[in-house]
Design a protein around this ligand. Sequence first.
Ligand code: PSV
Ligand code: MN
Ligand code: MN
Length: 408
Amino acid sequence: MTDSAYAWFEREQRERGIDIAQVKASLNALKIETPSWGYADQGTRFQTFKKAGAARTVTEKLEDAAMVHRLTGACPNVAIHIPWDHTDDYGKLAADARSLGIGIGAVNPNLFQEDAYMLGSVTHHDPAVRRRAVEHLLECVDIARATGSDALSLWFADGTNYPGQADFRQRKGWMEESLRELYAGLDPHMRMLIEYKFFEPAFYHTDLADWGMAYNTALKLGPQAEVLVDTGHHPQGTNIEHIVAYLLDEGRLGGFHFNARKYADDDLIVGSANPYELFLIFSQIALAERDRAHPAVKRTAERIAYMIDQSHNIEAKVPAMIRSVMNVQTQYAKALLINWDALAEAQRAGDVLEAEAAVREAFEQNVTPLLQAVREEAGLPADPMQAYKASGYGARIVSARSPKAVTH
Ligand code: PSV
Ligand code: MN
Ligand code: MN
């Protein structure tokens, strides 16, 4: 980046009425958790391609996550998935992470890979299976305690494939009963983030199929329960930014799992196929963050847990994660460039075209000079992707790690 490119950008934005110091402060505050499973070999139901250099152990996942944080400065925590990241000593896992300059983020229980859960986990008709599932959830609270994590990220694969297979309302009751027990086991500073998904792996019905069900469940449980929006978990055409605004207004937007989708839960690099959607999501967040008239909404926006949930099947994993983080930063930066006064004025006047233009104009700004300046001011590489290529890390992990896949 040349100084003049940034100087030109700053002048332009001041003329547009943007407070650049505030924009920079917001960008510096954006932290994005990366998923341990995104560094390991992951695939589709058709194939898992073995990538040279993919992390094979939880330690290697931590090393990769630490590398992403070193280059971006934006990813201080790594989410773990249990039992994929099982270890006998979670205190040591946290210490290992700390020694690499990162921490353990959300703990994700896994209730979808045991034969026992074929017909459900917390909604199974057999009380013994439900018990097993709840015990696993409570074990994950212990793991959060031992690792210093303050969040449990919950996704249930529970659902049915055929009409009549099970009783919807009975299962709803079992879900609520199980989650009540989990909620009672949380420490006061912990939160549980409830993820929804409209289909897959079950195809007829899913027990937590949409944000309304997740929200209602969170409401019934209490203030430590919030909704997690996985961007890949919606039917085509869903207005995700509206869901985001609604949950912000209700104080129950807990976090995101970012990824991109073309068809369904594709788990591709966030912001690749759908940058405008990601920008519109961030525009709702940016608006809430500056909403001094509604302090609870502002607080909710400021404590959103941003997480990536991607499965890198054909691409190299560490640079894919760096790209993802940069894409999120780009769309957030653009959302911060909306001239809210101009937008409010157009809305007051009922001027549809001016209002739409006020939003789109921000999306069309080139934020590369801004992001490069913010990174350089923080002592980071201006272009983390280039820095990764120059680092030799990719070649080092290819030679250090045999292509043997991680065991999950
Ligand atoms: C399910 O599709 C999901 O989005 C959940 O968050 C899981 O924990 C994650 O993917 C990994 O399978
Ligand atoms: Mn997810
Ligand atoms: Mn998913």
